[in-house]
Design a protein around this ligand. Structure first.
Ligand code: GTP
Ligand code: MG
Length: 198
């Protein structure tokens, strides 16, 4: 499926701009700067498809990408949460947009909740996980940027993250470790995305 083109469809700055819910969607969620847009690009094998930046708060809308010809699924790149330095009203706007989408989207098959492997799970991540548990949206925890840590650190953060995942009803019991930089874990991530829309 990912051998074909992945094409930008549209940007939704608010819920009433969402595309018609006609195919399954898989959403990329996580704290600002965790690497959501980069991971989507790595998955699609196309640099620059979703816009990335060193500055947190790059993605400010829900961005939809069509996968498959004929159309089989949509990937959704989301604004990050937990970005303390952004203006308060913007943070609030993003939070409502992300939460409302995650809670209320009938075609949302799975969320990927990205966790920076250097930092592990934070309270804001737990809040989002709890919300997904309550909304019965299944999700998978994905460690990002593992090229930035040592093998021993990866073992430790993996153990902690798996332990946390097992406390949440809607979380997949296994986590994925990835690097958009080296491509590590991309085959597993593709398989997880495809499995969720079969
Ligand atoms: P927002 O849209 O602001 O919420 O951020 P985001 O989660 O989409 O993060 P983005 O993909 O823009 O990446 C943030 C920064 O991390 C960029 O400078 C990326 O180049 C870098 N980055 C992302 N993934 C990786 C990775 O796997 N390894 C390394 N070394 N850097 C990464
Ligand atoms: Mg982004």
């Amino acid at each position: 499926l990912f051998a074909g083109p992945v094409a930008f469809l549209k940007s939704a700055p608010a819920l009433h701009f969402l595309p018609d819910p006609v195919v399954p969607e898989v959403a990329f969620a996580g704290r600002s700067n965790v690497g959501k847009s980069s991971l989507l690009n790595a998955l699609a094998n196309r640099n620059g498809l979703a816009r990335t930046s060193n500055t947190p708060g790059r993605t400010q809308e829900l961005n939809f990408f069509d996968v498959g010809e004929p159309l089989r699924l949509r990937l959704v790149d989301m604004p990050g949460y937990g970005f303390a330095k952004a203006p308060k009203d913007m943070v609030k706007k993003w939070r409502f947009l992300v939460n409302d989408y995650l809670r209320g989207r009938a075609v949302l098959k799975r969320a990927l909740v990205l966790i920076d492997s250097r930092h592990g799970i934070k309270d804001v991540d737990r809040d989002v996980m709890k919300m997904l548990d309550e909304a019965a949206v299944s999700y998978r925890l994905v460690l990002t940027k593992i090229d930035k840590i040592k093998a021993s650190e990866l073992v430790a953060v993996t153990e902690r993250t798996v332990a946390e995942a097992r406390k949440h009803v809607a979380a997949h019991p296994e986590i994925l470790a990835t690097s958009s930089e080296t491509g590590f874990g991309m085959a597993e991530l593709r398989a997880a995305v495809l499995e969720s829309v079969l």
